[in-house]
Design a protein around this ligand. Structure first.
Ligand code: PGA
Length: 246
């Protein structure tokens, strides 16, 4: 399995910030891991044209291939401009836009049909963790958000505890280990042994200073990074940490 360092720019960055892709390419001309950057939608096409090494992904897509859906973007369009991937079910979309597991499953299936890799995000809130509901929440999100079309080639699962996103708080190694082991077991139970090859990312306040330790944890096959992916100088050490595990 090829490990994955994924960056989610969220609603950050202007056209001029695409120079960070050049900086990343210079720092990692032939990486031993996959590098993915997911910029805001208007930057996708230029980003895909610009970077031979860094893969490009969107942050959301519609479940339909085309039609009267003002402001939405179809997975086929994302694929056609040279992007490889799309993040789906990020907790900020679940919160800000009320996205349900059913909607995320439909989008994921559409992404698969378009030939995109879906990076499907799951994770518990702080309250759910305090009430010992973490594994139940993960089970429900996995069952509800992943369609039958999910394979190791077209699906990446990102475990992102909502309380760790953008907060500087990181779960303990044991908490990450437990969640990732549970996700792996759940995927294998549903999809069979091939699910051992589905890449599982950890996300939530990953930075250069904690990446080494997080990448040592079993079943962590990479990271989904927000704030520390905006600048190549911050993201590059995280990529190096992932390469160091090989
Ligand atoms: P963060 O965001 O690295 O800024 O915590 C992670 C994410 O939301 O994917």
């Amino acid at each position: 399995m090829r490990k994955l360092a994924a960056g989610n720019w969220k609603m950050n960055g202007l056209a001029e910030n695409l120079s960070e892709l050049d900086n990343l390419t210079q720092a990692h001309p032939s990486p031993n891991v996959d590098i993915l950057i997911c910029p805001p939608a208007p930057l996708l096409m230029q980003a895909a044209l610009q970077s031979p090494v860094v893969q490009i992904g969107a942050q959301d897509c519609h479940a339909k291939t085309n039609g009267a859906h003002t402001g939405d973007i179809s997975p086929d369009l994302i694929k056609s401009i040279g992007a490889t991937s799309v993040i789906l079910g990020h907790s900020e979309r679940r919160q800000d836009h009320g996205e349900t597991n059913e909607q995320i499953a439909a989008k994921t299936q559409a992404a698969h049909a378009a030939g995109l890799i879906a990076v499907v995000c799951i994770g518990e809130t702080h309250l759910q963790r305090l009430e010992n509901e973490t594994l139940d929440v993960l089970a429900a999100q996995l069952a509800g958000s992943l369609p039958a079309s999910s394979t190791a080639e077209n699906t990446v699962v990102a475990y992102e505890p909502v309380w760790a996103i953008g907060t500087g708080l990181v779960p303990t190694d044991q908490q990450i280990d437990q969640a990732h082991a549970f996700i792996r077991d759940t995927l294998v139970a549903r999809f069979g042994d091939t699910a051992k090859e589905i890449r599982l990312l950890y996300g939530g306040s990953v930075k250069a200073s904690n990446a080494d330790a997080i990448f040592q944890i079993k079943n962590v096959d990479g990271a989904l990074v927000g704030g520390a992916s905006l600048k190549a100088s911050d993201f590059s050490p995280i990529i190096n940490a992932l390469e160091n595990t090989l």
